[in-house]
Design a protein around this ligand. Structure first.
Ligand SMILES: Nc1ncnc2c1ncn2[C@@H]1O[C@H](COP(=O)(O)OP(=O)(O)O)[C@@H](O)[C@H]1O
Ligand SMILES: [Mg+2]
Length: 631
C-alpha cells in the first residue's frame, strides 16, 4: 500500500500548492515575491542555478545536469553561461532560438528532457511558482492586464518590466466577464506539465505536406464558429497549438532543420518580437524558451543555403559534442543499462571500460604534438598522469581541433551491441571479450561507417583488447596473492629497510636471530631490475627514494605503497614475476591436481568476493589469462 500512500501524499501536496485570487491579490503577491513574475528564461536559469554549482577543475559543474549528463561539463558550462544566464538578464540572446547541435545520441534530447522535467518540478516550488489568468488556454501572464499607458508607473512601483499585450481572447473576456475591471480578474497558480500541455510544448517534424501550421499556432474551432458568427471572434479559435501551450515555459523543436521553413518563420517572430500570428487575430504575445536540436550535417546544409540567411542570424548554436573521457563514458553505459531491461545481467568488471576505451578512441583526433599518440591523449583527457605531459598540454590539445567529439561511435551503438551479446550468449553474464567481439561484429552493419573508418576502428578494438589483456593479467595475479595489498606492503617495507641501511652504510638486524647483517643486495636488485634500473643507476635511485621519504616525513605525510609510482610498479612486477609460473600452470592446466584445484577455487572466490565477478565471469577470466600467459 506504500505506493497508494504516496499517491495520496502527492494529491494532498498538489491541493496544498493551489492558489487562486483576484488580480488585486496577485499584485500583493508580486510585491512580496517579485520572482513570481519573472520571464520564462529567467525562471529556467534560476532552476539551473538553484540546483547548485560546484567548482570542478578549471570550470564549473552545474549539478542540475551533472546527475544525468556525464563528461559534458564544458559544453554545459557554455550553454548556461552563454545562453541561459544572459537570456535571464533579458540580453539579446534571449531573442534567438537556441539550437543544440551535435552528433547522434550525444545527449541532446536528454538535456532537453531534463529541462522539461526540471521545470515541471520547479513550478511546484516557491522559487519557481508561476501564476496565470484563470481559464486562459495560453495561461497568460496576469501582468498583461496592466494597460500599456500605465506600465511605466507599474515599473516605478514594482520594478518589473511588463512585456507583451493582452491576448484577443482575454481582452474580450475582460470586457464581457469582468466589465473591464482588471482588479477582479481571477488569477491562479499553474504547474507546468507536458502531459497536461501546460508550459511545455513539443513539436517534431512529420511529413511536410500533411503537417499543419495549426499544430503550432492553434486553429479555428468549426464547432463553435456558428455560435460566435465570425472567424475573427477569439472564442471561435482553439489556442491549442504547441506555441500556445508552451507559453510561460519552454518549447522543444525536435530536429528543427528537418521542418518546413514556414514553421520556422513563426518561431522567428516569436523569439524576435515575443509574439506570433495565429488565425485572423492581432499578434499574440508569448514568452517561452525555444529550444531546438539538430545534427551537424543538417546544420551545415542549412547554413550553406542562402535562403536561410535571415534565419541563421537568429539562431544561437550550442555544440553538444560526445563525451571524451573514458571514465565518464563508463558512467553513461552504466546509466543506460540501469534504465534498460538488461539491468539484471551480470556485466563483468572492465567490460564497460574496455568498450569505452574503444569508443573514445573513435572520437579523438590525432594531436600534432610531439610524443603524443591517441592512447596517451585518451589517458590525459581522462585525468590520468602520463609521463612528460601536464595539464597545460591537455588544454593545448583541446584547442587543437574545434570539432573534436563531433563524430565517432555513439553510446547507443555500444549498448545495442551489449544487448545483442546477451541474447546470443544465453547466460546472463557478459565479459569484456564478449563486448569487444560484438563491437567488432557490428561494425559492418553500422550505417554511417566508411571502409576507411572501419579499418581504423578495427585497430582501436585491437588497442582496447591489449589494454584489457594487461588489466586481466594484473587482476588474476593480484587475486593469486593472498591479500595482495598486504604482500606488496611487506615487500616494500623490506626493500626500504634495506635501502636505508645501504645508503647510510649501516647494518640491519635479523628479526629472528638478532644478528647483524649486510643489506640484502640480491633482494634490492631483484626489485629494481623489474623497472630496468641498471647497476650504475641503483645508488641514485635508492637515494632518490630516501629523499622522497624524508620529504614526506617533513610534511607529516606517510610514505606508503602508493607514494612512488615507479617503486610501486617495481614491487608489483616483482610479486607477479615470483607468481608467474604458479599462475600460468594453475590457470592453464586441463587436468588440475588437487592442490591446483584448491588454489583455483580460492582465486575464484576472491574474484567474486573482492573484485565484483560472478562465478561464470571469474572462470572465464582465469581461462583467458591462462591462455595469455602461455602465448
Ligand atoms: N554525455 C552523456 N551523458 C549521459 N548520457 C548520455 C550522454 N550522451 C548520450 N547519453 C545517453 O545516450 C542516449 C542517447 O542520447 P540522446 O539524448 O537521445 O541523444 P541525441 O538526442 O543527441 O541523439 C540516452 O540514453 C542518453 O542518456
Ligand atoms: Mg535526440
Amino acid at each position: 500500500m506504500d505506493i497508494l500512500n504516496k499517491v495520496r501524499d502527492y494529491r494532498e501536496e498538489e491541493a496544498r500548492l493551489k492558489w487562486e485570487g483576484t488580480f488585486a491579490d496577485y499584485l500583493e503577491l508580486v510585491k512580496e515575491r517579485p520572482e513570481v513574475a519573472q520571464t520564462a528564461h529567467s525562471r529556467m536559469y534560476q532552476m539551473i542555478k538553484n540546483a547548485g554549482v560546484s567548482k570542478k577543475g578549471n570550470g564549473k559543474s552545474y549539478d542540475f545536469f551533472s546527475k544525468e549528463i556525464f563528461g559534458l561539463q564544458e559544453a554545459i558550462e557554455r550553454l548556461v553561461e552563454e545562453y541561459f544566464h544572459p537570456a535571464a538578464k533579458r540580453l539579446d540572446v534571449r531573442k534567438r532560438i537556441l539550437l543544440l547541435m551535435g552528433p547522434v545520441s550525444g545527449g541532446k534530447s536528454t538535456i532537453v528532457t531534463m529541462l522539461k522535467r526540471g521545470l515541471e518540478q520547479f513550478t511546484k516550488t516557491d522559487e519557481g511558482a508561476v501564476y496565470a489568468i484563470k481559464g486562459c488556454p495560453m495561461h497568460e501572464d496576469p501582468l498583461h492586464l496592466i494597460p500599456n499607458h500605465l506600465r511605466e508607473d507599474f515599473y516605478d512601483e514594482y520594478g518589473i518590466r511588463i512585456e507583451g499585450s493582452l491576448s484577443p481572447l482575454n481582452t474580450m473576456r475582460l470586457e464581457q466577464e469582468y466589465g473591464g475591471r482588471i482588479e477582479d480578474v481571477i488569477v491562479e497558480r499553474i504547474f507546468f506539465s507536458e502531459d497536461k500541455r501546460a508550459g511545455i510544448g513539443t513539436f517534431s517534424p512529420s511529413d511536410p505536406k500533411s503537417q499543419d501550421i495549426a499544430d503550432l499556432t492553434g486553429s479555428i474551432d468549426f464547432s463553435t464558429i456558428a455560435e460566435f458568427g465570425s472567424e475573427s471572434d477569439p472564442r471561435a479559435y482553439r489556442f491549442d497549438g504547441e506555441l500556445n501551450k508552451a507559453n510561460r515555459g519552454m518549447m522543444e523543436f525536435q530536429e528543427m532543420l528537418k521542418c518546413d521553413e514556414k514553421f520556422l518563420w513563426h518561431l522567428l517572430s516569436l523569439t524576435q518580437e515575443g509574439n506570433f500570428k495565429a488565425g485572423r487575430f492581432a499578434l499574440i504575445s508569448a514568452d517561452e524558451v525555444i529550444l531546438a536540436h539538430t545534427n551537424e550535417a543538417e546544420y551545415r546544409a542549412f547554413i550553406s543555403n542562402q535562403k536561410n540567411e535571415a534565419l541563421h542570424s537568429r539562431i544561437i548554436v550550442m555544440p553538444i559534442p560526445y563525451n571524451l573521457r573514458v571514465s565518464e563514458e563508463e558512467r553513461i553505459y552504466e546509466k543506460m543499462i540501469r534504465e534498460s531491461d538488461m539491468a539484471h545481467v551480470h556485466i563483468a568488471p572492465h567490460a564497460l571500460r574496455v568498450a569505452a576505451i574503444f569508443t573514445i578512441l573513435t572520437r579523438l583526433k590525432e594531436s600534432k604534438k610531439n610524443g603524443i599518440d591517441l592512447v596517451k591523449k585518451m589517458r590525459l583527457y581522462d585525468g590520468e598522469t602520463v609521463e612528460g605531459f601536464n595539464q597545460g598540454d591537455v588544454t593545448e590539445m583541446k584547442n587543437e581541433f574545434h570539432d573534436e567529439g563531433m563524430s565517432g561511435i555513439d553510446p547507443r551503438y555500444v549498448i545495442n551491441r551489449i544487448s545483442s551479446t546477451i541474447i546470443q550468449k544465453d547466460v546472463p553474464s557478459v565479459n569484456a571479450l564478449d563486448v569487444l567481439r560484438s563491437l567488432k561484429d557490428g561494425l559492418g552493419a553500422h550505417p554511417s561507417i566508411t571502409d576507411e573508418e572501419k579499418e581504423k576502428y578495427l585497430n582501436y578494438i585491437a588497442v582496447a583488447r591489449r589494454e584489457y589483456d594487461e588489466i586481466a593479467k594484473k587482476e588474476v595475479q593480484k587475486a593469486f596473492v593472498y591479500s595482495y595489498e598486504e604482500s606488496a606492503k611487506t615487500l616494500m617495507d623490506n626493500y626500504l629497510d634495506n635501502v636505508e641501511a645501504f645508503c647510510n652504510k649501516n647494518k640491519l638486524t635479523d628479526p629472528l636471530t638478532g644478528e647483524e647483517m649486510q643489506p640484502d643486495e640480491k633482494l634490492m636488485r631483484s626489485i629494481e631490475e623489474q623497472i630496468g634500473i641498471s647497476e650504475n643507476a641503483k645508488k641514485a635511485f635508492r637515494e632518490e627514494i630516501l629523499i622522497r621519504i624524508s620529504a614526506y616525513a617533513r610534511k607529516g605525510k606517510r610514505f606508503d605503497y602508493n607514494s612512488h609510482d615507479r617503486l610501486r610498479e617495481a614491487i608489483q612486477k616483482k610479486l607477479f614475476a615470483d607468481l608467474k609460473d604458479v599462475v600460468k600452470i594453475t590457470t592453464s592446466s586441463k587436468t588440475p591436481d588437487e592442490q591446483q584445484l584448491k588454489k583455483i577455487n580460492e582465486v575464484v572466490a576472491r574474484l567474486i568476493d573482492e573484485y565484483g565477478y560472478n562465478s561464470i565471469s571469474a572462470n572465464e577470466l582465469l581461462r583467458y589469462v591462462g591462455s595469455l600467459l602461455n602465448r
